[in-house]
Design a protein around this ligand. Structure first.
Ligand code: AMP
Length: 232
């Protein structure tokens, strides 16, 4: 697969941004840059940055723009020459404006998922304590507004231990129901202007997430090919 492509993956928390960008990293070699992962790692290591951002993560609130922008700038410098996929950034118009000065974005993958599905999926998400690999124990099969959602669980092969490293699977503190509601509110209020900011400027690849990742990743890759952003 040939590509030099810089992408943003957008969507409410729990829509699958992390899962899809992990898989796109593996399949097309672009670097996944997840601000949430970077912050969680810093909190885990107990660094100065980790201590600074922990209260925001715990409360489901956004970390101040200047901190996030600096982190992303550094991560983009280290990204693969094939390009990158930003997961969880930008989340404010200020961040989008700062990004424009750092790199050119070729497309936005816009994940669309109803709230009901998000709440069910997020409460069921589990991540590996060591490597951050994502799993999900929800088995969703329902119809909402005429669309059929078949989202199978993403379980590890062995007894709730990570397939990649054998690590213990845990629930993120901010995937608990009280924080999920808060994060959805924050998303709606603060991130809609970001999408509005990009409309007409950068091509949107709208993806209705109504099947599991195996199928959805193929849909995303086909759409990237159709848009001429990656070639076989
Ligand atoms: P995520 O894993 O993307 O849902 O991010 C988890 C948490 O990290 C968020 O609830 C915020 O506290 C913080 N965070 C991640 N990305 C950003 C961002 N672009 N701007 C502000 N805060 C962020």
């Amino acid at each position: 697969m040939v590509c030099i492509v810089n992408l943003i993956i957008f969507g409410p928390p729990g829509a699958g941004k992390g899962t899809y960008s992990f898989r796109l990293q593996r399949l097309i070699g672009i670097t996944k840059i997840s601000t949430g992962d970077i912050f969680r790692e810093e909190v885990k290591k107990g660094t100065e940055l980790g201590k600074k951002v922990k209260p925001y993560l715990d409360a489901g609130q956004l970390v101040p723009d200047e901190i996030v922008i600096e982190i992303v700038k550094e991560a983009i410098k280290k990204a693969s020459p094939k390009g990158f996929i930003l997961d969880g950034f930008p989340r404010t118009v200020e961040q989008a404006k700062a990004l424009e000065k750092i790199a050119k974005i070729d497309a936005i993958i816009n994940l669309i998922v109803p709230d009901e599905i998000i709440i069910e999926k997020m409460s069921a998400r589990r991540i590996c304590k060591n490597c951050g690999e994502i799993y999900n124990i929800a088995d969703i099969h329902k119809v909402i507004d005429g669309v059929e959602y078949i989202l199978p669980p993403m379980l590890p092969k062995n007894d709730m231990k990570c397939d990649r490293c054998g690590g213990e699977l845990i629930q993120r503190d901010d995937d608990k129901p009280e924080v999920i509601k808060q994060r959805l509110e924050v998303y709606k209020k603060q991130s809609k202007p970001v999408l509005d900011y990009y409309r007409g400027k950068v091509p949107f690849i709208d993806i209705h997430v109504n099947r599991g990742p195996e199928i959805m990743v193929k849909v995303i890759i086909d759409k990237l090919k159709e848009a001429g952003l990656i070639q076989e």
